[in-house]
Design a protein around this ligand. Structure first.
Ligand SMILES: [Zn+2]
Length: 74
């Protein structure tokens, strides 16, 4: 009984902390990447929906969702 209660508390605590983390992260849904240079620009720093150009090579950057914000990709 006490063990089960402890597990519930831990699950609830981790869920709450995760929600709080996403809430403080502005509108960061992911980031734009340049595969060649390894450059990364957070989505929140890019205005509009168009992918920005890489500051190093000028190639159009690739959008990638933040893996931490999506629990399951199924
Ligand atoms: Zn680049």
């Amino acid at each position: 009984m006490s063990v089960l209660e402890t597990v519930k508390d831990v699950l609830r605590a981790s869920t709450e902390s995760a929600d709080r983390g996403e809430g403080s992260g502005a509108a960061s849904k992911g980031a734009y990447w340049c595969d060649d240079c390894g450059e990364r620009i957070p989505d929140a720093d890019v205005e509009g929906d168009d992918p920005p150009a890489c500051p190093s090579c000028g190639e159009t950057m690739r959008f990638e969702r933040s893996p931490s914000s999506t629990g399951c990709a199924c």
